[in-house]
Design a protein around this ligand. Structure first.
Ligand SMILES: [Ca+2]
Ligand SMILES: [Ca+2]
Ligand SMILES: [Ca+2]
Length: 433
């Protein structure tokens, strides 16, 4: 229902005339303006948190790859066995869990997790000697296509003998005690079983429900070029496109106010009114109650009812693609301030610049996109970790005690890289009266 209220607005007319002249004070009715603010999560729901390429690895060579991963994340990789038609190494198709249920990182020799897969692209031939050069394979592939699905070589119904993974490749993991891993891939193949180079490949860090490939399905198109001539460029283009930071956004609080900073002051410590809980856990209740208790603020509210495809129903939190919409009344001279957590961080929140958003610039009600007025703030109450992977961040913190930052509220300024604000949220405001 359209909310229209009216108030009396006194216009004071200052007279330059003589004192005894009567001051005219006409009463003019000025309608209260209703604003609707839309706060949208525009992040891409990436399949992979991090990814990278692996090199061509010759006999007796070893290569290392560094990546960051948080509790709950999995590692997948793919490298073709060049002395074959379309065989490749990987883990089980869901990847391997990088941490156990107690949050302990997987380290040491993980070769026993490696599987030899058939990409289903080419008919397999004997792989015992070095007569399956990639140049010849290309010709074979163009004529004979297996046109089948990815499956473990163990389940193939042919008479060929395939080398065990641990006779050809060795993988190990190191962990720095925080969230950085080093993966080592070593080519240990020999004439005894199969002497083969490992093709340039791809690795990816992802959640449990994401995969680099799927058993029983056709190989992704990039597998073709890898099987043909060890070219990982097509697969890498796909994987890197699907890689990046993504996050839900916490339920938030809004407040209409006059000039000033009702929620925080740039460069000063958090006031202890609930911003810490909002910024660290995405819970705005305490801050909302504190602001609501102050009768000088007639318009204080929560935004916690996403519009869109919130099938996950994460307690009102905002998944990529969804938006909040909320309305409030305001008069000339009013500002609006908001605060809402970027959940895949320790204590970062979205807010307008200090002092809020001016709702009547030049006396006219504000309309249009205001994303460029939004900043990502650090509440200074918890030490920052790698965005999306830190063990004290809400989706991974379990019962762990976080580290107090003893800092001040300020625009985020740490060692990590964050997407541009316009790649995280889109904020628009619409007025009517
Ligand atoms: Ca095959
Ligand atoms: Ca912080
Ligand atoms: Ca804290």
């Amino acid at each position: 229902m359209r909310n229209i209220a009216y108030c009396l607005f006194l216009v004071l007319v200052l007279s330059a005339c003589k004192k005894e002249q009567e001051i005219i004070t006409p009463e003019i009715e000025v309608p209260v303006t209703t604003f609707t603010l839309t706060f949208e999560n525009v992040m891409k729901a990436h399949n992979f948190f991090q990814s990278g390429t692996t090199d061509l690895i010759q006999l007796e060579e070893r290569k290392t790859y560094t990546f960051v991963a948080g509790v709950g994340m999995h590692l997948s990789f793919v490298t073709m066995l060049l002395e074959s038609n379309d065989l490749f190494y990987g883990f089980e198709d869901k990847g391997i869990a990088l941490y156990d249920e107690n949050g302990v990182a997987l380290t040491g020799d993980i070769t026993s997790e490696v599987r030899l897969w058939d990409a289903g692209i080419a008919i397999n031939e004997i792989t015992d000697k070095g007569n399956r050069k990639t140049s010849r394979q290309r010709a074979l592939h163009s004529e004979i296509r297996e046109d089948d699905v990815i499956q473990l070589v163990d389940s193939l119904k042919d008479d060929l003998v395939y080398p065990r993974p641990d006779s050809t490749i060795r993988l190990s993991l190191e962990h720095d005690g925080n969230n950085q891993f080093i993966l080592t891939i070593e080519n240990i193949s020999s004439d005894e079983f199969l002497n083969s180079t490992l093709s340039p490949g791809v690795f990816a860090i992802h959640q449990q429900n994401k995969q680099l490939f799927k058993a029983g399905e056709k190989a992704p198109s990039g597998f073709d070029a890898m099987a043909d001539n060890g070219d990982n460029a097509v697969l890498w283009a796909q994987v890197s496109e699907e890689t990046g930071f993504t996050s839900i956004i916490g339920t938030g609080v809004y407040i209409v106010h006059k000039e000033g900073n009702p929620i925080f002051t740039n460069g000063e410590q958090d006031r202890g009114q609930g911003l810490e809980t909002l910024a660290e856990y995405g819970n705005p209740e305490i801050l909302h109650n504190v602001l609501k208790a102050d009768s000088t603020f007639p318009e204080v509210g929560l935004f916690n009812d996403p519009i869109g495809n919130d099938v996950l129903n994460l307690g009102g939190k905002l998944v990529p693609g969804d938006r909040y919409e909320f309305s409030f009344n305001a008069n000339p001279g009013d500002y609006v301030s908001i605060a809402s957590m970027l959940v895949e961080t320790n204590d970062l929140f979205f807010a307008f610049a200090e002092g809020g958003l001016e709702l009547f610039p030049l006396g006219l009600p504000l309309n249009g996109e205001v994303t460029n007025k939004i900043q990502l703030w650090d509440s200074g109450t918890e030490s920052n970790e790698f965005p999306g992977a830190g063990c004290f961040q809400p989706l991974r913190n379990g019962a762990k005690e976080s580290t107090d930052e003893h800092g001040v509220v300020q625009p985020v300024n740490d060692a990590f890289i964050y997407p541009a604000i316009s790649d995280l949220v889109r904020v628009t405001i619409k007025s009517e009266n």
